[in-house]
Every structure is written in C-alpha cells, then in structure tokens.
Design a protein around this ligand. Sequence first.
Ligand SMILES: Nc1ncnc2c1ncn2[C@@H]1O[C@H](COP(=O)(O)OP(=O)(O)OP(=O)(O)O)[C@@H](O)[C@H]1O
Ligand SMILES: [Mg+2]
Length: 229
Amino acid sequence: MEIIRCEELTKIYRSGLSAVHAVDGVSLSFEQGSFTAVTGKSGSGKSTLLHLLSGLDRPTDGRVVYQGSNLFEYDDNQLSILRRRRFGFVFQAYNLVRELTAHENILLPVMLDNRKPDMDYVNRLVEMLGIEDRLSHLPGALSGGQQQRVCIARALANKPAVLFADEPTGNLDGKTGREVLTLMRTVSSELGITMILVTHDLGVAEQADRIVRLEDGRVAEDSLGAVIL
Ligand SMILES: Nc1ncnc2c1ncn2[C@@H]1O[C@H](COP(=O)(O)OP(=O)(O)OP(=O)(O)O)[C@@H](O)[C@H]1O
Ligand SMILES: [Mg+2]
C-alpha cells in the first residue's frame, strides 16, 4: 500500500539570471513500511527532495500526496500539525533546541502535541541509542555523534508514520553508524514506519529495500523492480 508519493516535483532556485533546478520533475511512490535510500553526489538534490517530501519546503511545481491528500493544499497550521503527528525528521543540521536538555529535546514534539509520551518506549530508544547518561545535558555539551543520536530519538519519539533522515549516520564512526541504522530499522519495522533516508554511504544504502540515485535533480536510477540476483 502506498503511503506517500510525489508527482513531477520541481524546485528551482533563481538568482539574477541563473536558475538551479535542484529537483527536476521527480515522481516516486513509497510503500508503507518500506525503507528507501536516496543517494547521489553532493548537490544532486537529495536534501531538497527530502525537504519537499516532508512538507518543510514548498515546490516550484508538482505535488506531494500523503495518504491521498496533497500536502501543499493544507494551510501552514494544518501542515505543521500533520508533520508533527505523522512525520519524524533527522536533518543534516541537528536543529536541537539549545536551551533544552537532551531529554527535553527528545520529548518536545510529543509535548507540543499535548500528548503523553510512551515513556517505556522512549526509555528503550534512549537505551538502544546509548545516550541514557547524556539526557540531562544541553546540546552544547554533547559531541556531534551524540547530538545526532538525540535527533534520532526525537524523530522516533512520536512513533511517526514516515521517518525522513538526511545523513543520519554522517557524524558517527562506521561501527556506531551501522548500529544506529540497525536500531532505526528495528524500531521502524516493529512500528511499520516508512523510512526515506539520504546517505552517501553505500554500506548504509545496501541495507535499504530500495535505492534511488539522483543526478542533477533527476532520478538517474531506481532499484525498485530491479531483479536482485
Ligand atoms: N536555498 C538555496 N538557494 C539556492 N540554491 C540552493 C538552495 N538550496 C540548495 N540549492 C542548490 O540546489 C542544489 C541541490 O542542493 P541539495 O542541498 O539538495 O544537494 P544535496 O544532494 O543534498 O547535497 P549534499 O550531499 O552536499 O548535502 C545545489 O546546486 C544547491 O547549491
Ligand atoms: Mg544534503
């Protein structure tokens, strides 16, 4: 069953006379519970595509359809509620709130939604990520890898339907990166979460059900339907 798709998605950045087609007519459909890796060279449009798919940024043209509705037909308030309830994000820039502890950051999306966090589940996430002794620290007192793991816990805390992650293991060493990815996959498959993950790391991409490679804002390769020998 499809959960989210994009149709002819296009984002053009203009400055003066020049225009960059960061995402150029991309159409993709994602099955519920699937794990897709988006790869491609630096500047190929991976982050832009993720921002559009997750409703964080508006396209120049095209649509994103989540469970049958076009995201960009929602007003800003409706869209932010949908994003908070149904989507989880791990972005290249950590976006942690500097004045809040790691623990408060993790619980923030659930709190903003006036819901009670599932503390058994959150504690399990924290433990699996190995950040249980860092919870009372402010982000400034955490290493890059620890901040990244806090972001992953935050993204999963509200049990999202779709998890969008931009290089979620980029600041972790190889072994830790693989462990964190395994955790994301375990939690996602338990909860039926759809994962769309940007990565440069072929070892990470190989763990996905599907690899989509972008080149100059277009889909250059899509392993979906490819025969795996
Ligand atoms: N806000 C912006 N204004 C102008 N151009 C932009 C903007 N954001 C991205 N671009 C351009 O769009 C293209 C795609 O950028 P994007 O960040 O999506 O690439 P990426 O594949 O995520 O690269 P990386 O692997 O380095 O993170 C690049 O040429 C970039 O310079
Ligand atoms: Mg990027």
